[in-house]
Design a protein around this ligand. Structure first.
Ligand SMILES: [Zn+2]
Ligand SMILES: [Zn+2]
Ligand SMILES: [Zn+2]
Length: 306
């Protein structure tokens, strides 16, 4: 029996949203290392019966819910929100990270991201947040690399803030705020080209990295995936090389279903080299110790070949 999803609640005292999902407490966890007696990995090829039936897949062969897939999408067995929480397994290989796939396969994975985002946005979701939790301590409960997609019936507050800032910035300065960030990155630019990466001047995380198309584009569904794949591969490789195994999160911000103003899609990569402490939690003001210019120089030095 599939446990029920959580409930989206709002604290009227501060307007903050929370999904209360007690059923997720029962989900298995192996990210701290798989003991010899651990149950088989539900995301490895051959173990398809251990997940709910797939909702999407890329296949080299084989049958639905059997091996032969290269990318497989299943509903989360322990959803934060019922029916709106998907797991995207980007490889049948237990040890294969996104940046290991090679650009062609990575572009195929991104095409599946795009298809699932489209399915949720055209299916009634207000917005989609696609995320990756990488490494122990990142929030990943299964070590087999995967991404997750959360479709929400509301535009999440962070995306809403970005939409409002984009509108304000355009009204005041006549241009897209992300286009401006791209143009003014200077020595914080890590990757140039049709898809760029840079460390924001006001980073919220030590070594925070943003990835976005150089040309203005609101919606990830319009992206040139053949250009996104090498940029994402190189950026993730460089970040991982510089953070000494620290947990890493990333999230994709793309236009909501009902986009009324300017927006510029981007992917934010957040190394978790420090813990959020009382002041940060109590003030919503981040404290970072890593100079963004230094972080960018380290990332540039760690970039793999194009
Ligand atoms: Zn596995
Ligand atoms: Zn723009
Ligand atoms: Zn964002």
């Amino acid at each position: 029996m599939t446990p029920a999803g959580g409930e989206l609640r709002r604290n009227p005292a501060n307007g903050k949203l929370a999904i209360v999902a007690p059923a997720r407490a029962t989900r298995p966890a192996d990210a701290a290392g798989r003991p010899a007696s651990a149950p088989p990995c539900p995301f490895c090829a051959g173990n398809e019966a251990l997940t709910p039936p797939e909702v999407d897949a890329e296949r080299a062969g084989g049958e639905r819910d059997g091996p032969g897939w290269t990318v497989r999408v299943v509903p989360n067995k322990y959803p934060a929100l019922e029916g709106r929480h998907e797991v995207l397994v980007h490889s049948p290989d237990h040890g294969e990270e996104l940046e290991d796939l090679g650009d062609d396969r990575l572009a195929d994975v991104l095409a599946v991201w795009r298809r699932r985002i489209d399915a949720q946005l055209t299916g009634g979701a207000a917005a989609v947040t696609l995320i990756g939790n990488i490494g122990p301590g990142s929030g990943a409960s299964l070590e087999h690399p995967h991404e997750q997609l959360f479709a929400t019936p509301v535009v999440p507050p962070l995306l809403l803030d970005e939409l409002l800032e984009a509108e304000r910035h355009r009204n005041r300065y006549g241009m897209c705020v992300v286009c401006e960030q791209l143009e003014t990155a200077g020595d914080r630019l890590v990757l140039d080209g049709p898809v760029r990466a840079w460390v924001p001047e006001a980073s919220r995380f030590n070594g925070e990295l943003w990835i976005a198309p150089a040309g203005h584009e609101a919606d990830f569904r319009e992206a040139d995936l053949a250009a996104v794949a090498p940029a994402l591969r190189r950026a993730l490789t460089a970040v991982k090389a510089c953070i000494a195994g620290a947990p890493l999160n990333f999230w994709l911000h793309t236009a909501p279903a009902d986009l009324r103003g300017p927006f510029h899609w981007h992917l934010e990569v957040a190394p978790r080299t420090s813990t959020l402490a009382g002041f940060e939690l109590g003030s919503d003001i981040a404290v970072v110790i890593k100079d963004p210019v230094v972080a960018a120089a380290e990332y540039r030095a760690a970039l793999p070949p194009a």
